[in-house]
Design a protein around this ligand. Structure first.
Ligand SMILES: [Fe+2]
Length: 256
């Protein structure tokens, strides 16, 4: 299984959620952990440090992409001239690739310092991912990871304007090269969409957009709690919610 965490926002973390994630990992031993951005609250050194310490403690391979909170917000010089300095110091390249036993992961950076929350993807990035997908082994679940979603329903907390302008074009091209799953965060809500129902892809297979909530941050929306997803190699998705009563993440729904 793949454990999909997002929006950890270290600096606002709930220790009880981190402890529960650690217990979940000990019990189920995921093959890989994906964190789809917003590792920190304010891109501070100690927040990245705490995040990395936590991920290393789990002892499982992990795969990250930056979120809009992982670049400085208030320090304008750093935001303009070295926005990803601490991110790269702790986690390396902004766009990575990882192949595990059942998954082929491609990271795409959608964060730009001149936008606050809106995602951007360039034609060059679309082409690069296309090449990576063409080279991917056909027997693995081809999975893309970015922070902001490529589709969302209109909602009080969902702002479709945060999706990249070239989202539909990107999904069409990638879908034709075998992409099956896109993992995102950003809205602190969990959801699954099939792009075929929203964009004119002309595909016979599903291309699933999977949103994760915040795994451990206390920045929660209204009645929602912390959550994460589990993705199986056949693209089945499970949503887990944190129960304050049981102090564990509990399976809520299974889709697939
Ligand atoms: Fe975000």
């Amino acid at each position: 299984m793949l454990l999909h965490l997002s929006d950890l926002h270290f600096g606002t973390q709930r220790q009880e959620c981190l402890d529960a994630i650690q217990r979940f990992c000990q019990q189920y031993q995921p093959e890989v952990i994906v964190i789809s951005g917003d590792l920190t609250q304010r891109a501070r050194f100690h927040e990245f440090y705490q995040c990395k310490q936590f991920l290393q403690l789990l002892g499982i391979p992990y795969f990250v992409v930056p979120g809009n909170h992982d670049i400085p917000l208030y320090h304008l010089l750093n935001r303009a001239f070295r926005p990803f300095h601490y991110y790269e110091l702790f986690f390396g390249d902004l766009e990575q690739q990882l192949e595990t036993e059942h998954y082929y992961l491609v990271g795409v950076n959608t964060v730009r310092p001149y936008f606050h929350t809106k995602a951007v993807i360039s034609k060059q990035q679309i082409g690069q991912v296309e090449v990576q997908l063409q080279q991917a082994p056909a027997n693995k679940l081809l999975t893309l990871v970015s922070h902001q979603p490529f589709y969302t329903a209109e909602h009080e907390h969902h702002h479709r304007s945060d999706c990249p302008a070239l989202a539909e074009q990107a999904i069409k091209q990638w879908g034709h090269h075998g992409l099956k799953v896109l993992l995102h965060g950003h809205f602190h809500l969990s959801a699954v969409y099939d792009f075929n129902q929203h964009y004119q892809l002309g595909l016979t297979h599903g291309v699933y957009e999977v949103h994760a909530g915040t795994g451990c941050s206390n920045r929660l929306y209204k009645q929602l709690t912390n959550s994460f997803n589990v993705i199986y190699p056949d693209a089945t998705v499970e949503h887990y919610d944190f129960s304050d009563q049981e102090q564990e993440f509990i399976l809520r729904t299974s889709i697939g």
